[in-house]
Design a protein around this ligand. Sequence first.
Ligand code: NI
Length: 192
Amino acid sequence: MDSSVINSAIQYIKTLFQNNSDGHDVQHTLRVYHNALLIAEIEPDCNLFIVSLAALLHDVDDHKLFRTENNANARTFLSSQHIEPEHIDYICDIINSVSFSKNHGKSLASIDAKIVQDADRLDAIGAIGIARTFAYGGKCGRTLEDSVQHFHDKLLLLKSEMITKRAKEIAELRHDFMEQFLREWDKETAQG
Ligand code: NI
């Protein structure tokens, strides 16, 4: 695996996300990358180089943050690293299949895409998921109660959507922690 390309990707996202602090920041991307490496350890059929680049670039064209079309940021970066065009297309396919809500519920074709999707979803649950939900809710002007509702509407459903073995194991622990948090929340906010 060409680690100089991976290092360049890390530098690229650090520059691109330097002004974001709502949970879609560089730390989110680095956690997703780390999750992807953990999941990939027990997935012998994956392409680790592809998985790494797709994880690192999965939010660089996020429509909530950037007004790019056709994965322009990812394509520009990958071209600058002399990645072959068919690999660029494949990496962008993975990114598009995991990062947009319109793909919700569609089954993913490759193990590489499954790993990156699970890695991203893991970062939405557990202690980090709790912190991100309130940070994002605050930015959007939501009340704490609205953010808590988001756990019931979405985050508590993610455990059952994990595809890979290791992500399922990690999600189990993170899910339990969120339930513990919600029990405590209910206790502390109960009237009388
Ligand atoms: Ni993400």
